[in-house]
Design a protein around this ligand. Structure first.
Ligand code: NAP
Ligand code: MG
Length: 497
């Protein structure tokens, strides 16, 4: 029986009311009146229009965040209040989980069923973890010496204070989750936020803003500006009223934001691209490793910053593992993410689809072979899950981030070779090792140059574990205690008492 592809009436009602931006507690159009279309990548249909913010709208949003940080009741909230508000927000996300999952589905293309258990659940878990941090932010006291003041009696302590107004700019691959990774520590520490979602995927951020208002956050604590990166994103990243920038997106744009931040010494965290290796050792179970490697690349249509997009397999298992991944890929059901049986949706846009096909074609011309996939599927922006072999370690297929369901596979003969090839990348976000030899894994971990290393799993993220990149994959860490450090400043206080 064909499953129903109808979304909840609440989802349809949300789209029908043409959501606006939230600035200073009010739902607002852009001053210019400009709007931009929001599409469903599975059908290319326009779902609704949202305001297209210009610099003047970003100014209004930053001013609202500044006022809320400096003057409003928010600046006087106690840790317990911030904890309770975050917990209340996560309860509301849980209540509206299906609606949020459907918004991610129709706006991003991903499966609503998977978005419910992954994206939305990870948001709930993360915000609750961060709620716990609100009451555990500590400074310290220090005995100082100051020999030039021998008779003084000092009381010296170090305070950890909220950094201030946060400008958050995020990508389209996990719109709600990436926003929550910024909001959680910002709200736990007492910051205020101007959030700019990707132009492709503003909907779940706007729904999240509604839920924050319902949870009882004061006006101006969260402001959402919808608009293009080149205009609204650039205006936010160079805005003198912003104390900290936090960005998730491409390395290319991350560099622009990093440079803009340096001009004004704005604090900055950059979560950027990746080209993460999956390494299958000689002693691994080839079937388990193949299933893990397939999930590592094909989850979320390969649009995952830490996707296992380079596969290195011990030569003994190479044909077996590649054959097994190809058969998993060929068996995947592609289609509209509202269908609960669908395992892979479309890519985010025609531009992204064409970019991915461009890499596949370029690889073919350079001598690579397509072991499976490599073709379009249906209308919408689909790319069949693809595995390519006979690739060149130094070539673009292996060195550049494709950000789609394309795996490049290479054999290796000894572990040192595998480590060398795994590290031969400008990126360093994640890496997985598949093995039954834990001492080999332990010996490899310190040699892998990436922010996360997983053994017999991949893209395993937890709110308590810092996540971020080495090399061109970024600066700073999200999640864990590291996130709290990134949203606070230290203040040294010395009192002569
Ligand atoms: P992108 O083009 O870099 O866009 C990311 C965000 O930056 C969007 O909101 C975009 O706005 C905005 N932006 C674009 N140009 C800007 C500018 N000049 N100034 C300020 N903001 C600007 O990346 P994407 O294509 O959306 O996302 C894919 C990339 O994100 C991949 O490289 C992926 O690896 C990376 N990513 C990294 C992580 C991580 O945690 N490390 C997680 C997810 C994704 P518009 O969309 O409106 O242009
Ligand atoms: Mg975009």
């Amino acid at each position: 029986m064909q499953p129903s592809l109808t979304s909840l009436p609440q989802t349809q009602a949300f789209l029908a009311r043409q959501p606006k931006m939230l600035i200073d507690g009010a739902w607002q159009d852009a001053i210019s009146g400009a709007t931009m279309p929001v599409r469903n990548p599975a059908t290319a249909e326009v779902l609704c229009r949202v305001p297209s913010a210009q610099e003047i709208d970003v100014d209004r949003a930053v001013a609202a965040a500044r006022k809320a940080f400096d003057d409003s009741a928010w600046s006087r909230t106690r840790p317990r209040d911030r904890q309770n508000l975050l917990w209340r927000l996560s309860d509301l996300i849980e209540r509206d989980a299906q609606l949020l999952a459907e918004l991610e589905c129709v706006n991003n293309g991903k499966s609503a069923t998977i978005a419910r258990v992954m994206d939305v659940q990870l948001c709930i878990d993360f915000l609750r973890y961060m709620a716990g941090w609100a009451t555990k932010i500590e400074g310290s006291s220090v005995d100082v010496s100051m020999p030039q003041m021998p008779n003084a009696h000092f009381h010296s302590f170090i305070r950890r204070e909220a950094v201030g107004v946060v400008g958050a700019i995020v990508a389209w691959n996990f719109p709600l989750l990436l926003a929550c990774w910024k909001l959680g520590p910002a709200l736990a520490t007492g910051c205020t936020v101007v959030l700019k979602p990707a132009d492709e995927t503003p909907l779940s951020a706007l729904k999240l803003a509604e839920l924050m208002a319902e949870a009882g956050y004061p006006d101006g604590v969260l402001n959402v500006v919808t608009g293009s990166g080149a205009i609204a994103g650039a205006a936010l990243s160079r805005h003198p009223g912003v104390d900290k920038l936090t960005f998730t997106g491409s390395t290319e744009v991350g560099k622009l934001i990093g440079k803009a931040a340096m001009d004004s010494m704005t604090r900055v965290t950059l979560e950027l691209g990746g080209k993460s290796p999956t390494i299958v050792l000689e002693d691994a179970d080839p079937r388990i490793a193949a299933a893990g490697a397939a999930a590592a690349i094909f989850f979320n249509q390969g649009q995952v910053c830490c996707a296992g997009s380079r596969l290195y397999v011990h030569r003994k298992h190479f044909d077996n593992v590649v054959g097994e991944i190809a058969s998993i890929a060929d068996g995947m059901k592609l289609g509209n993410g509202l269908d609960p049986n669908v395992e892979m949706g479309p890519l985010i846009s025609e531009k992204q689809q064409q970019r991915v096909f461009g890499y596949i074609e370029q690889g073919r011309q350079l001598g690579a072979h397509v072991a499976c996939g490599g073709a379009q599927f249906g209308p919408g922006y689909f790319v069949k899950p693809t595995v390519m072999v006979d690739v060149d370690q130094k070539g673009p297929l292996v060195q550049e981030e494709i950000f789609g369901p394309v795996l490049v596979a290479m054999p290796f003969d000894d572990i040192d070779d595998a480590i060398r090839m795994a590290n031969d990348s400008r990126y360093g976000l994640g890496a997985s090792i598949w093995t039954n030899n834990l001492s080999a894994a332990h010996r490899m971990v310190p040699k892998i140059k990436s922010g996360s290393v997983w053994v017999n799993c991949h893209s395993a993220l937890d709110p308590a574990m810092p996540f971020g990149g080495f090399k061109l994959s970024g600066i700073g860490r999200e999640m864990g205690a590291a996130a709290i450090d990134n949203y606070t400043e230290l203040k040294s206080v010395i009192m002569n008492v």
